[in-house]
Design a protein around this ligand. Structure first.
Ligand code: HEC
Length: 194
């Protein structure tokens, strides 16, 4: 039990004196509790690392947010209508995709190398948005055109297709490959039977 004898210590500061009492139990309780807390904290965060540190927690939350964003983007992309895009940002992204993936076979300006010239009006697989979408998504593996549906999202395929249709079609490449396939006007006359 706490002694509370109201004993004065022999400290005397200009007439100010002090008692020699025990610390109150609630105070000692909090004091020891802070030891226990510190120990648990130390073991938890720095020894056994059972809980993430602040910076790790931040990284984890950012990672989760990125995954959420990717899921939102994927579902928005999957719902995109099959139509050519004409926004400058989409065409610019399309150009970046083309530069990254398509240049080795279609040339930096679409003039063609292993793959056909994409700037002329001759088409092996047609020039509607559906035609572009199909040939880019599924490729023509036996002819060396890679299927891109595993690498590119629906949005990205539409972006690169729109870039080809909007910027490359009708442009003059440095070293155009000879025409392959059916010229567009002939295709139209075949379709319309005249
Ligand atoms: C490894 C070489 C290669 C790469 C890389 C490649 N292509 Fe092709 N591509 C081809 C070949 C070969 C063909 C012709 C297929 C055929 O003969 O049916 C072709 C055909 C095409 C056609 C149809 C052209 C037509 O005349 O109808 C389009 C459109 C096309 N590619 C777009 C792309 C896009 C977009 C990319 C990049 C995302 C790409 N290609 C990457 C080789 C490639």
């Amino acid at each position: 039990m706490a002694k509370n004898r109201d004993d004065l210590t022999n400290h005397d500061y200009d007439g100010i004196q002090e008692y020699d009492n025990d610390l109150p139990p609630w105070w000692i309780f909090i004091f020891y509790l802070s030891f226990v807390f510190a120990l648990i904290y130390l073991l938890n965060y720095h020894v056994f690392r059972t809980a993430p540190l602040q910076s790790q927690e931040y990284a984890m939350e950012m990672e989760m947010a990125r995954a959420e964003l990717a899921a939102i983007e994927a579902s928005a992309s999957a719902r995109l209508p099959l139509a050519f895009m004409d926004k400058v940002t989409d065409l610019e992204t399309g150009k970046q995709i083309f530069t990254k993936y398509c240049v080795p076979c279609h040339g930096p300006d679409g003039g063609g190398t292993v793959g056909p010239n994409l700037t002329d009006h001759y088409f092996l697989h047609g020039n509607t948005v559906e035609d572009y979408f199909n040939v880019i998504s599924l490729g023509v593996p036996e002819k060396g055109m890679i299927p891109w549906n595993k690498t590119l999202s629906r949005r990205e395929i539409l972006q690169v297709a729109s870039y080809i249709q909007n910027r490359l079609q009708g442009s003059i490449p440095a070293n155009p490959k000879e025409p392959q396939g059916t010229p567009l006007d002939q295709r139209i006359s075949m379709l319309w039977g005249n």
